[in-house]
Design a protein around this ligand. Structure first.
Ligand code: CDP
Ligand code: MG
Length: 155
């Protein structure tokens, strides 16, 4: 039946929204000259870098960015690490970009990260794990606005 055929087609080819997500290449990776290799993985996965800058965070800026983790035992060490060397903050755009970025990154702990992911290949430890990625649409919007103005998102 035509109706069945139509619903089958829709289920097989869901329309994914174009999203933007915040990515950070962390100090352990910028220090080891891995920015290009990491961004090749994002671009090969179909993610487009629509904004990008290399900056060094202050402790206060790192602390505010990771404020959601303020009661976790690793918070102080995390903030010190993030402020220790330059980072590259960037906005990735693409269909389903938030989840896709997380897939390309791999699990937080590199020991659990799938082969071929950034963290499996490059991360040094659960703390010094090379990349950050937003985890949901709300946090992506907040985190992008933390680092970029609308004028800096150039597509
Ligand atoms: O970065 P991701 O979203 O995968 O992990 P998270 O649970 O939001 O934690 C944020 C960051 O805190 C991690 O990427 C690690 O750098 C750090 N962390 C840590 O040092 N030790 C842990 N047990 C968990 C996270
Ligand atoms: Mg997180």
């Amino acid at each position: 039946m035509l109706g069945d055929a139509q619903s089958f087609t829709l289920q097989e080819a869901p329309i994914m929204a174009v999203e933007r997500t915040l990515s950070i290449i962390k100090p352990d990776a910028t220090k080891r000259n891995l920015t290009g290799k990491i961004n090749a993985k994002f671009e090969d996965a179909g993610l487009r870098i629509v904004a990008q800058k290399r900056i060094q965070l202050t402790m206060a800026q790192a602390g505010q960015f990771y404020i959601v983790h303020k009661d976790r035992p690793f918070y102080g060490e995390l903030c010190e690490f993030m402020a220790s060397k330059p980072v590259v903050v960037q906005v990735l755009e693409g269909e389903g970009a938030i989840l896709k970025n997380r897939e390309v990154m791999g699990a937080t702990n590199p020991a659990d990260a799938a082969p071929g992911t950034i963290r499996a290949e490059f991360a040094e430890s659960v703390g010094e794990n090379s990349v950050h990625g937003s985890d949901a649409p709300e946090t992506a919007a907040e985190e992008i606005a933390y680092f970029f103005s609308g004028l800096e998102l150039v597509g």
